[in-house]
Design a protein around this ligand. Structure first.
Ligand code: COA
Length: 324
């Protein structure tokens, strides 16, 4: 094995948006949202809480927890689809804010699976470059990429960031294996346009603006099946029984997706970490935020087997196993 997590951190913006607040701007109800999604509140960025600022604060907390200084970091990867600029990357803004002068930095976009995909890239980098330290961040301000008049989507998403510091260690802890997938043929079920094109030939038909569009029911069906398949295949390959998992941290999309996944897998509900009720779906940030909360609550002990899984636009999905 090798790529171990040294410490975790997270950052949620201060403003809390409740379902009752949403009742005032769209035709919905607290009861509908809670029963269909499990979400009660989500956090929304205010001034000065851009994606890179949330990412920076989460990263600083992870660095403190790891007792690592910013100039010891060799690589920063930010998983995001809601940076305030397309170029430079969010990761370059974070590098500058942290003063991580020795790090190279880039973003990846795998939608809600971004952190899982970053973890895989980071693990492979560490296994090849064994004396390095890396910072992996999932950060989003989906409040800036949501159509606040569309009740099908605006109830679901929230803002936040989570981070981990990792290094290579020659012991039996760290990332055990990952099992990642994409299927670009299904992009139309969950997508977001870019800004309008300056080249009229490349203008996309019916571009309503850069906000999330979704066929909720279809996404729901695929998400459960895809995550279940990725997990079962990963465990089979590693010859590990589901009962050996100490904690499962799924992407926090929606309580009904999670309940269905948990019941199909047959994993003990008590082993599943859920905080979607507080933060909604924070996309690439959801897993590292949950990881940090679980860590701070003492739910992760040395040698524990941790299962992470996600699903998102693309479609992208997968699962990873870590020995803590
Ligand atoms: N408040 C009240 N009613 C709403 C509503 C809201 N916020 N959003 C939709 N509705 C209405 C619909 O208009 C529809 O009304 P109609 O029957 O009169 O047409 C009715 O509720 C049912 O809509 P439907 O979309 O079929 O609901 P659903 O049970 O599938 O729940 C989701 C909608 C979005 C909660 C559900 O499909 C879901 O969770 N999908 C997965 C989404 C997701 O997690 N995406 C991210 C993956 S990373």
């Amino acid at each position: 094995m090798g790529a171990v997590v040294l410490g975790t951190g997270s950052c949620l913006p201060g403003k809390v948006l409740t379902n009752h607040d949403l009742e005032k701007i769209i035709d919905t109800s607290d009861e509908w949202i809670r029963s269909r999604t499990g979400i009660s509140t989500r956090r929304i960025s205010g001034k000065g809480e851009e994606t890179y600022k949330l990412a920076e604060t989460a990263a600083r907390r992870a660095l403190v927890a790891s007792q690592v200084s910013a100039d010891e970091i060799d690589l920063i990867i930010v998983a995001t689809m809601s940076s305030h600029m397309i170029m430079p990357s969010c990761a370059c803004f974070v590098q500058n804010e942290l003063g991580a002068a020795n790090a190279f930095a880039y973003d990846i976009n795998a939608a809600c699976s971004g952190f899982l995909f970053a973890l895989d890239s980071g693990e492979k980098y560490l296994c090849a470059e064994r004396d390095k330290k890396i910072l992996l961040i999932g950060a989003e301000t989906l409040s800036s990429r949501t159509d606040w008049k569309d009740r099908n989507t605006c109830i679901l998403f929230g803002d936040g960031a989570g981070a981990v510091v990792m290094e290579y260690r020659d012991d039996n802890c760290g990332v055990v294996a990952s099992n990642l997938f994409s299927d670009g043929s299904l992009w139309k079920l969950l997508y977001m346009h870019n800004a309008p094109s300056y080249n009229p030939d490349l203008e996309q038909p019916d571009n309503p603006g850069a906000h999330i569009l979704m066929e909720g029911r279809e996404v729901f069906k695929y998400a459960v099946k895809a995550m279940e398949g990725a997990i079962r295949e990963l465990l089979d390959r590693q010859n590990i029984e589901l009962s050996a998992i100490d904690l499962m941290i799924p992407h926090q999309a929606n309580i009904r997706i999670l309940n269905k996944l948990v019941s199909r897998l047959g994993i003990d509900q008590e082993k599943v970490f859920i905080n979607v009720q507080k933060y909604g779906n924070t996309s690439a940030a959801s897993i590292p935020i949950a990881l940090d909360e679980a860590n701070r609550e003492g739910r992760l002990k040395r040698d524990n087997l941790l299962l992470i899984c996600s699903f998102g636009g693309g479609f992208t999905w997968g699962a990873s196993l870590l020995r803590w």
